[in-house]
Design a binder for this molecule. Structure first.
Ligand code: XMP
Length: 315
């Protein structure tokens, strides 16, 4: 007779016993798991929990600001760090997907580490690990810090113990717990988003200008998906910026600009996925809107590949 309510009562009690007056640090990603973990921990130990939210500059448009506002609204003690410039600098000229992942993962840990060092007397590292993360060898939907399975030696270096309040739960249970905790539905019913963010949706090298183009296109796609009631019917969606320019025409002018690929998939566990049959009318509207509104884009295509043999992300 598991219920979100009894889980919360039980877990808060256990966390209080386990943590006493100890201080805990936790990296928030904006995703469901880390957010629900943070709210549970703060129910138990209040401001002895410090959360760190690192903006690597590769989030969705206005996401960092919106998510920080949500966290503050939830009463979390959160430090937001805008590290965009560091990441753009380190990623300059890098085209290999795995290399990008490494740079972003390491940068993330560096920033987190630096913030953590400023805090005194931290004893625990909180993490949003859920049951499937433990039974699968790779975490597929979480943030970098988790998909790399540790914080780059941070727990050892700082002598931190791990506290993982969600490690017995499946994703749908985490969502129910979040809603029971009074968290906003838009925080709970989010599509998965990769830790390296738009960094692996800009094919080839990353520049601030390309980030701007992709954020604008992606924002149009996602907003229209919400408006048309399609967001909750899709497992994951997003826009991808291709490194190819092609010829177009605007008024009397020839254009030579970038291509945006739209991706939407349905899946259960990300191991396999089928491309979503989005309505043609919807795709037509999104394409028009992106090409008309986003400077630097003159062509839009829809990805009709399934996994396997394709993957959900393009990098
Ligand atoms: P693929 O592209 O492998 O993606 O079919 C499966 C799921 O995993 C997400 N993904 C990542 N998540 N770090 C993450 O935290 C990563 O490097 C990463 N690569 C892919 C992807 O968004 C999808 O949900």
């Amino acid at each position: 007779n598991w219920s979100p309510k009894s889980f919360i009562e039980q877990t808060v009690k256990e966390l209080k016993n386990q943590l006493g007056n100890d201080k805990v640090i936790l990296a928030l990603s904006g995703g469901v798991d880390s957010s629900v973990s943070a709210v549970l921990l703060s129910r138990a130990i209040g401001n002895n929990l410090t959360c760190i939210f690192v903006d690597h500059g590769l989030l969705r448009k206005n996401e960092a600001k919106k998510v920080l506002e949500d966290y503050e609204h939830l009463g979390l003690n959160v430090i937001g760090v805008d590290a965009s410039e560091k990441f753009y600098r380190e990623l300059q000229g890098v085209t290999d997907p795995e290399q990008k992942r490494k740079i972003i993962g390491k940068g993330f840990i560096d920033v987190f580490d630096e913030e953590a060092k400023k805090l005194k007397d931290i004893k625990w590292l909180g993490q949003g690990t859920i049951y499937p993360d433990i039974i699968e060898s790779v975490n597929i939907t979480g943030m970098v810090i988790k998909s790399h399975h540790n914080v780059g030696g941070l727990p050892e270096k700082m002598n931190l113990k791990l506290v993982e309040p969600l490690k017995t739960l499946f994703k749908d249970e985490v969502r129910r717990v979040g809603l029971e905790l009074g968290m906003m539905p838009h925080l709970i019913h989010r599509h998965p988003f990769p830790g390296p963010g738009l960094g692996i949706r800009i094919l080839g090298d990353i520049t601030p200008e390309k980030v701007r183009i992709l954020q604008d296109a992606d924002d149009i796609y996602m907003s229209m998906m919400r408006e048309e009631g399609l967001y909750d019917k899709v497992w994951q969606a997003g826009a991808i910026l291709l490194p190819i320019k092609s010829v177009g025409v605007m008024g009397d002018e020839r254009t030579y600009e970038y291509t945006i690929a739209l991706r939407a998939v349905n899946s259960v566990d990300a191991m396999s996925a089928d491309w979503t049959r989005l309505p043609y009318e919807f795709l037509a509207k999104v394409s028009n809107e992106i090409i008309n509104k986003v400077r630097g884009v003159n062509r839009c295509v829809y990805d009709i590949s399934s996994k396997p043999p394709s993957t959900i992300e393009w990098e």
